[in-house]
Write a protein that binds this ligand. Structure first.
Ligand SMILES: *Cc1c(COP(=O)(O)O)cnc(C)c1O
Length: 396
């Protein structure tokens, strides 16, 4: 194991703070390292392995597609992309899909759709209001939209036209809107920002404000979508619909993919030559996406995820009652976090890992939990036993 880590340190960019384990194999909610140690995975590839690791339905679909046709480019039609687009449109309020390869790319495309619409229909309006603590990716446009100054500042100058307002503050959004504003870009529940749920009525208020002022509402469901919060899309729980939606992470169960969904009249503003990506709509990635969505619908995975969430939340709330260090349980569905009163989370992450549980400290005072949507009851119980012990040890 240390040999691999030494070679990594010699050959790769050292731009990640990786945990010191080399993972070789996964199945369901479990992964094994190169020394045979088993871990319960409550990071889930950062909300990517929606059906767990190497789910047979996803692996079989990807393998079969790989044997048949891996790539041909967007100069041609292929069938998996059309099947996946159909599934997305039939199960969302939007009309058309553009495929790309990551979350940041989906954000870039959404920004271009909004700007193109502003250019064509709104006299060149191009301002986008995003949220403080919002996260939209690391490419320059997505970074400009991201609401954490310390991610942005070392890379300035960034594309202009973005402003940021406090989360859950409708008045701030109203005050920031001006004649140049074309769209609001936000997550329906903030993930990287620390698992911040919208206040009751907030998203409806944003939707109404957009409608009253002719602004597009772009929802970034890259982390919250594909059942992560217990419904296929997080926005369903707030009774609103976006004009444009970005999807990625969990969509293909682990294969790289991103997608932008838009209303018909917006999608129509991107014409041939306006936008594209060589790997977008890749047959293997889109075949995996078809397998993920079919499995979710045919096996009532959303209901299972809600039951799993109830069990996990009950255990976390019990910890909140019994452990003074745990000050709050946050989130929805299986996008959850516990707040710790001290900045003990790095220690908790290590103690958990040493006991066979992978979790992530999304903020210095928050441990995030994002297990597979199909995580089992015993796996939840065991993860909570380990987490509880780790928090006790790290904060006593
Ligand atoms: C992860 C994430 C992104 C960026 O996705 P990448 O695939 O890492 O580019 C954008 N928005 C949200 C809400 C995310 O969680």
């Amino acid at each position: 194991m240390s040999d691999w880590i030494e070679r990594d340190s010699k050959y790769l960019f050292q731009n990640y703070g990786r945990q010191p384990i080399v993972l070789e194999r996964g199945e369901g909610s479990r992964v094994w390292d190169s020394e045979g140690n088993e871990y319960l995975d409550f990071v889930g590839g950062l909300a990517v392995t929606s059906l767990g690791h190497s789910h047979p339905a996803v692996a079989a679909a990807a393998a079969a597609q790989a044997e048949q046709l891996i790539h041909v480019s967007n100069l041609y039609y292929t069938t998996p992309m059309i099947e996946l687009a159909e599934l997305l449109v039939e199960n969302s309020p939007l009309d058309r899909v553009f495929f790309c390869n990551s979350g940041a790319e989906a954000i870039e495309a959404a920004i271009k759709v909004a700007r193109r619409w502003g250019h064509d229909e709104q006299g060149g309006k191009h301002g986008i209001i995003a949220m403080q603590d919002g996260f939209h990716g690391r490419s320059l446009g997505a970074l400009a939209a991201t609401g954490t100054a310390r991610y942005r500042e070392p890379f300035e100058p960034l594309p202009t036209g973005f402003s940021h307002v406090p989360w859950n503050d409708l008045d701030a959004l109203k005050a920031a809107t001006d004649d140049n504003t074309v769209a609001v870009l936000m997550e329906p529940i903030q993930g990287e920002g620390g698992v911040n749920a919208p206040a009751p009525g907030y998203l409806q208020g944003v939707r109404d404000w957009c409608d009253e002022n002719g602004l597009l509402l772009i929802l970034d469901e890259i982390q919250s979508g594909i059942g992560r919060t217990g419904t296929l899309w997080a926005h369903e729980q707030d009774g609103i619909e976006p004009d444009i939606m970005c999807v990625a992470k969990g969509l293909a169960g682990g294969l790289p993919i991103g997608a932008v969904l838009a209303r018909e009249e917006l999608a129509g503003h991107l014409v041939p030559g306006d936008h594209g990506t060589t790997f977008g709509a890749n047959p293997v990635a889109t075949a995996a996406g078809v397998a993920v969505l079919r499995y979710i619908f045919e096996n009532d995975v959303l209901a299972a995820a809600r039951r799993a969430s109830d069990r996990l939340v009950a255990r976390l709330r019990a910890m909140e009652d019994s452990l003074p260090a745990v000050t709050e349980v946050r989130g929805r569905g299986l996008l959850l976090a516990v707040s710790l009163s001290s900045e003990a989370t790095a220690g908790v992450v290590t103690l958990c890992r040493e006991r066979g549980l992978l979790v992530n400290n999304v903020r210095p005072d928050r441990i995030r939990l994002m297990p597979a949507l199909i995580v089992g009851d015993e796996e939840i119980d065991r993860a909570c036993d380990i987490l509880e012990e780790a928090i006790q040890l790290a904060t006593s």
